[in-house]
Design a protein. Structure first.
Length: 339
């Protein structure tokens, strides 16, 4: 079903509801008005009949009942006409109003479906690339009648790399789906320092490989949140800081508190992000050109969209400042820690 026909269907339902209410009201108004007019006419006729002696009463016989019935008919016809015009006006106004309301109701759903379709297309594309590479390699090697053990081993090694890429992609997709589907969050109060240390331990070996040193100013300030997802958030930010930094550079982690708001800053001296890329880096599958072109920087553009979702689930905020070739700073601000 296209959204155009859904707009029309919903418009028709809205119009039918409004029109039913309007017709019911019209019938009630008709019933009440007709008995009120009838009563009024009867009172008038009684007054005519009882005119005091000597008043100007016509000499001829007057059929008061007939006059009353005629007047009632004329008044009721007039009332019916007015109610019909009223209902036509309601029909026209409600048709426009309903279309507008139907659009307003369905637009967010249409956007969601579009985002979902884009996501499926992007995910399939990312899944297809390593699969196609593996398939091509296997086919070429199978055709080679003199394939040596070494060549076969090389092929398996390269296939394993592709499988690892697929594994990390499916893990990222699963994480994204988990956080997207309003994951159960186990809120508790704890010092933010603990999750920074947990996250740091998870990425320390990557930093070591690039000889990256950390310069940390950690504090014991408390935040409220789900330890596991917040550790995930800082793993993503620290992993990126390492991935996009040159060897032997420094990363700073600062924890600060200002007016009950605890903030964590992660500052690197890496490649930086172009101003034109900044508004998009939290979108799913978005990778700045500088990251795509450098093939040694692995990734699918899913980390920051997971990070953004975790931040949202904690009613926190995430900010980014960056300068090309100078470095990038991510700041996460937590709301006051009260449970
Ligand atoms: P990826 O898997 O590509 O790292 P992310 O969603 O984590 O995906 O990040 C999206 C993009 O934002 C990256 O491709 C990169 O271009 C940019 N980016 C994120 N963090 C940094 C950083 N610390 N330094 C430079 N660029 C970054």
């Amino acid at each position: 079903m296209t959204f155009k026909s859904a707009y029309l269907k919903l418009t028709i339902y809205y119009v039918l509801i409004v029109l039913t209410i309007s017709v019911v009201f019209s019938v009630v108004i008709y019933k009440m008005s007709s008995s009120e007019i009838n009563r009024g006419l009867r009172r008038q006729m009684t007054v005519f009949r009882q005119l005091p002696h000597g008043a100007m009463v016509p000499e001829f016989d007057i059929d008061f009942e007939k006059i009353r019935a005629d007047q009632l008919k004329v008044s009721l016809n007039h009332l019916v006409d007015q109610l019909i015009y009223f209902n036509i006006a309601i029909l026209i106004i409600s048709a426009f109003g309903s279309y507008f309301l139907a659009k307003k109701t369905l637009e967010p759903i249409e956007e969601m479906v579009k985002a979902q379709n884009d996501f499926t297309a992007d995910a399939s594309h990312e899944l297809k690339t390593p699969l196609a590479a593996m398939k091509a390699e296997i086919e070429v090697n199978l055709r080679d009648k003199k394939l040596s053990i070494d060549q076969a081993k090389n092929m398996l090694k390269s296939n394993l790399e592709e499988i690892e890429r697929l594994e990390s992609l499916s893990n990222a997709l699963l994480k994204l789906a988990r956080f997207q589907n309003d994951v159960k969050i186990n809120f508790q109060k704890f010092p933010v320092e603990t999750i920074i240390i947990d996250a740091y331990e998870k990425i320390a070996s990557l930093a070591d490989k690039k000889n990256i040193t950390f310069n940390n100013q950690l504090q014991n300030f408390e935040v409220t949140g789900d330890k596991q997802s917040l550790t995930e958030l800082f793993v993503i930010l620290l992993d990126n800081a390492i991935k996009y930094s040159p060897n032997k550079s420094e990363i700073h982690i600062n924890i600060q508190k200002e007016k009950d708001v605890v903030s964590v800053e992660i500052i690197d001296e890496g490649i930086g992000i172009k101003a034109s890329d900044l508004p998009h880096i939290f979108d799913r599958f978005y990778r700045a050109d500088s990251s795509r072109s450098k093939e040694n920087i692995a990734g699918y553009g899913l980390g920051l969209s997971i990070a953004k979702r975790i931040v949202q689930l904690h009613s926190a905020k995430i900010f980014v400042k960056s300068e090309i070739s100078k470095g990038t700073e991510f700041i996460v601000k937590f709301p006051p820690a009260d449970l």
